[in-house]
Design a protein around this ligand. Structure first.
Ligand code: NDP
Length: 457
């Protein structure tokens, strides 16, 4: 792809945003595309994933899991006893780890020869960005990789926490209300419950984790209730106010409760406000998304956008792929579309929910299918006396025999789906799964030993 340029510019590429997508694009363009690249980041290098998302969240998931691990160890015969969870001690280590990662990101960019500006940058024209101090920089291409930001209803602005603030809480609350039923709400409900916080979760719809397989999300919801989370569906916040002893919340179902803290996880929106895109003729979507084509190019040929700013599939690895595809297309002469088909993902609840492909509901609507399910108590937790149940499901097309979807609820579901995803992406049939010999004794062996369909439609 070419933008037909002849003018000299300060840089070949200017990237706005140092998150997963922007950093990948900058590095590949500079190191493999031999481009002169600059990148501006107004906050910390690494973006949402590294600084206030996936990485600190997963470390909290691990921290919460160790509480249960100690109880399991006792059940297995170890003479151990847990004291309380040291939140400030954990935070010190967490901050050190995030600093290490941020330094690593900066090192990667520096080694690739990318010039970094620790500044906000906005667009002045199709080839010019302006830094916060007024400095103007020109570039042949500009990549918008500004990510997303928590989206709060207006009436709670300034009164509640979002996932941005949760890692910096001075102390763990005794009680918390979590509002929302998506990835972030459910993950933090489980993490905080695992750390000993009394969690109430309000979700406005009938079942959490909308969009995932119905049976799988029902399974997660039951497990969350069993671990003590007070999950209220068809419930929302009617009003809230700061009281002497915490936040006073009136629910739409008529309850009045005081919580030490309130976390809103009601979605995220593209972080594109005030960038100057609209003035250049790029009409943003209703939620601020930057419209792009399959090559992440906007209607202005020199301006591209990747990652959550485009609101396509808002996941770190997708942003990385989009950033890489952009660099390949524009700077390496390899036209590459970002592939958004069959993307696996995992929700790090306890138990985890991981899936790829079609839900049973979506597949049923498309044609005749077979559904294979296995629900069982895994060896590890059954021995420890826990009632955990694992659920695995394969959705199979009756005509082509292809596995259209796989849904797993259980410990390490995220690790399992990564491998299943390769087979599903390759177009594996149910018979390919069947002729794969099981690895015994594992949980994952159930994926290749489900012989009879549970449902045929
Ligand atoms: P989601 O879009 O997943 O969920 C938002 C939730 O908030 C939904 O349950 C939604 O309800 C509810 N909601 C929206 N608006 C309101 C409102 N005004 N009042 C009450 N409830 C409301 O967003 P998240 O914030 O959880 O996560 C954002 C994105 O980040 C995810 O979609 C995902 O792409 C990514 N992410 C991925 C993770 C992973 O891969 N493990 C982890 C964390 C985030 P309804 O269902 O009715 O719309």
């Amino acid at each position: 792809m070419t933008t037909g340029l002849i003018m000299p510019f300060d840089y070949d590429l200017f990237v706005i945003g140092g998150g997963s997508g922007g950093v990948r694009a900058a590095r590949i363009a500079a190191s493999e595309g031999q481009a002169r690249v600059a990148l501006a980041e107004e906050s910390r290098m690494g973006g949402t994933c590294v600084i206030r998302g996936c990485v600190p969240k997963k470390l909290m998931v691990f921290a919460a899991g160790h509480g249960r691990g100690l109880a399991d160890a006792q059940a297995y015969g170890w003479q151990v006893s847990a004291g309380g969870f040291d939140w400030p001690g954990f935070q010190i280590k967490l901050r050190a780890e995030l600093e290490r990662l941020e330094t690593a990101y900066r090192g990667t960019l520096s080694r690739a020869g990318v010039t970094v500006f620790d500044s906000r940058a906005t667009l002045a024209d199709p080839h010019t960005v302006v830094l916060a101090d007024g400095q103007k920089i020109t570039a042949a291409h500009i990549l918008v990789a500004t990510g997303g930001w928590p989206d709060l209803p207006d009436h709670v602005q300034g009164q509640v926490m979002t996932s941005n603030e949760i890692f910096d809480m001075a102390q763990l609350p005794r009680t918390i209300l979590i509002v929302g039923g998506g990835y972030i709400a459910c993950e933090f409900a489980c993490v905080l419950a695992g750390l000993g916080v009394q969690v109430t979760q309000y979700y406005r719809g009938t079942q959490i984790l909308r969009g995932f397989d119905d049976e799988a999300r029902g399974h997660v919801a039951r497990a969350m209730v069993e671990q003590g989370i007070d999950l209220r569906t068809m419930t929302d916040v009617a009003s809230l106010s700061r009281g002497e002893n915490g936040t006073v919340v009136h629910s739409t179902t008529g309850d009045q409760t005081v919580f030490d803290a309130v976390l809103y996880a009601t979605g995220r929106r593209p972080n594109t406000q005030g960038l100057g895109l609209e003035a250049l003729g790029i009409a943003l979507g209703p939620n601020g998304a930057v419209p792009v084509d399959d090559y992440s190019q906007t209607v202005i040929p020199s301006i591209f956008a990747v990652g959550d700013a485009t609101d396509r599939v808002n996941l770190t690895p997708v942003a990385i792929r989009e950033g890489h595809a952009f660099a390949d297309t524009v700077f390496r002469g390899i036209p590459t579309k970002a592939d958004h088909d069959l993307i696996a993902s995992a929700v790090f609840t306890r138990p985890e929910l991981a899936s790829i492909g079609l839900t049973e509901e979506a597949a049923t609507a498309l044609g005749p299918i077979e559904v294979y399910t296995a629900t069982f108590r895994p060896m590890h937790s059954a021995f420890a006396g826990r009632a955990d149940q694992v659920m695995m499901k394969l959705v199979v097309c009756r005509q082509t025999r292809r596995v259209l979807g796989c849904h797993i609820v259980g410990d390490q579901a995220g690790e399992m789906i990564q491998l299943v995803a390769i087979a599903v992406k390759m177009g594996a049939t149910k018979e390919d799964f069947d002729r794969t010999v099981a690895v015994h004794p594992t949980m994952a062996e159930e994926l290749v030993t489900m012989r009879n369909p549970t449902r045929v439609t």
